[in-house]
Design a protein around this ligand. Structure first.
Ligand code: FES
Length: 117
């Protein structure tokens, strides 16, 4: 997503899989979401389901999506693939925190400007 408002990256050192999630945010809601994943079929499935669950939610609602929610929405995963669901949720949370951090910096900068301007 070239014009993303935020992005979050998570890697799993035990298997080498890696996921980047991109967000567009409008009125505090995730208006669009995409991802780039390098990983196993479990990582691809959970990244995809995480994006489906998060789209249209407010940032606070999206932060509450758990790996259990993702596994449940997929109607379960083989035991050996359960840990893959952590990638999607981790990258989503990292992207939301990245967005909130950018907002804080922008708000701080404009606040600072109003004092100096
Ligand atoms: S084996 Fe690494 S995320 Fe699935």
């Amino acid at each position: 997503m070239p014009d993303a408002d935020a992005e979050g990256t998570v890697g799993d050192p035990s298997c080498g899989d890696c996921l980047v999630m991109y967000l567009k945010v409008e009125d505090n809601k995730i208006s669009d979401i995409s991802y780039l994943v390098f990983g196993c079929c479990g990582a691809i499935a959970t990244s995809s389901m995480t994006s489906v669950l998060a789209k249209g939610k407010t940032l606070d609602e999206a932060l509450k999506i758990s790996d259990d929610d993702v596994v449940e929405a997929l109607d379960g995963l083989p035991e050996s693939k359960i840990h893959c669901s952590l990638l999607g949720v981790g990258a989503l949370r990292a992207a939301i925190l990245n967005y909130q951090e950018k907002q804080r910096i922008e708000t701080g900068a404009s606040h600072e400007n109003s004092h100096t301007g």
